[in-house]
Design a protein around this ligand. Structure first.
Ligand SMILES: C[S@@+](CC[C@H](N)C(=O)[O-])C[C@H]1O[C@@H](n2cnc3c(N)ncnc32)[C@H](O)[C@@H]1O
Length: 307
């Protein structure tokens, strides 16, 4: 299955988990897809629900998609902008990148946000304590090649076309409001920041947030899916324990620290569902032996590891 990659990237993007998440939606009926932590939006954009609410606390993500929705960003406008700004970047390199970053931090224009996101280090989104974007340059002055610009404008086109067909709303708000506004016929897909991983103006997450999210989800009358991490080489995510009445599915996932094969780490991702997914006989699982799919695990308690 070809996965659509959105125009704005972010850390924690779930591109590699989209297919798995979709499999667990098989034959499920719902009114509105609700995504309180949209990030890049890759999950909902690939589910392609008829009606959706994409929400995030980061206003720049939401403004970007609302600009596509209201026509102030089209693929043509983005192409012209990235061609001319890309030329300036090719000449000025880091100095020009810093100029655009300063400009963005004064005017918060969505096209500058796109430019920075696609030329900064690792496509990261990070803001300092004053709410200013502070990701350094990705050190590729020739970043905006013709092919790269076409790739980005095609991604904008995909969203533009989807917005012509579907009823999708983008809203900047805290997750509690998004969940409170959902009704029992909706499905909520939650992908909050991982506890203690980043400290960022729009992306910090603490034990109280975890607790609040659990309370809101537990009181929600409809279906929900929560993405989180289950374990890595060193530890197990204890926060999962409180969801032990739910179905907890796990999947191993490789990631690299740096470019070397040697620095390959695994993390076990978890999907917590408050419903039973239907087994889909048509699913053909890839024969990658190292990827252990432990789907449809019975409800289990995750025991604390003995030292
Ligand atoms: C892990 S990312 C989501 C990634 C997304 N699922 C994807 O695949 O791209 C978490 C998102 O939650 C947002 N966020 C953090 N705290 C929030 C809060 N209190 N309410 C709503 N959104 C929040 C962040 O801005 C970030 O975009």
């Amino acid at each position: 299955m070809k996965i659509f990659v959105p125009p704005i990237k972010c850390q924690g993007i779930k591109t590699k988990l989209v297919q798995w998440i979709k499999e667990n939606l098989t034959e499920l009926k719902f009114d509105t897809w609700i995504e309180p932590f949209m990030g890049s939006g890759v999950v909902g954009f690939n589910v392609r629900p008829h009606k959706a609410v994409f929400a995030d606390i980061n206003p720049h993500l939401i403004n970007f998609y609302n600009s596509i929705k209201n026509g102030s960003i089209t693929s043509g406008i983005a192409r012209n902008f990235l061609e001319s700004e890309g030329e300036k970047l090719a000449k000025g390199g880091q100095k020009y990148y810093n100029e655009v970053r300063l400009r963005f931090n004064n005017s918060f224009h969505s096209l500058d946000f796109l430019f920075l996101n696609r030329s900064c280090f690792n496509g990261m989104i990070r803001f300092n304590k004053n709410g200013k974007f502070n990701v350094p340059f990705g050190h590729k002055p020739n970043r905006f090649s013709k092919a790269y610009i076409t790739k980005i404008t095609n991604q904008i086109d995909y969203i533009h076309q989807a917005l012509n067909i579907f009823d999708w709303t983008f809203v900047c708000q805290n997750f509690d409001i998004t969940i409170k506004n959902a009704n029992k016929h909706d499905i909520i897909y939650c992908d909050p920041p991982y506890l203690g991983r980043h400290v960022d103006y729009f992306d910090s997450w603490d034990v109280q947030n975890e607790k609040d999210l659990y309370d809101y989800l537990s009181n929600f009358k409809g279906k929900y899916i929560l993405s989180t991490w289950h374990s890595n080489r060193f530890r197990t995510n204890e926060e999962i324990n409180k969801y032990n009445k739910n179905n907890i599915l796990t999947k191993e996932h490789f990631y690299y620290v740096g470019a070397s094969e040697k620095n390959r780490n695994t993390i076990t991702e978890a999907l917590i569902l408050n419903y039973s997914p239907l087994p889909n006989k048509n699913i053909i699982y890839p024969k990658i032996t190292a990827n252990q799919y432990r789907l449809f695990e019975p409800k289990v308690k995750y025991l604390k590891k003995e030292n």
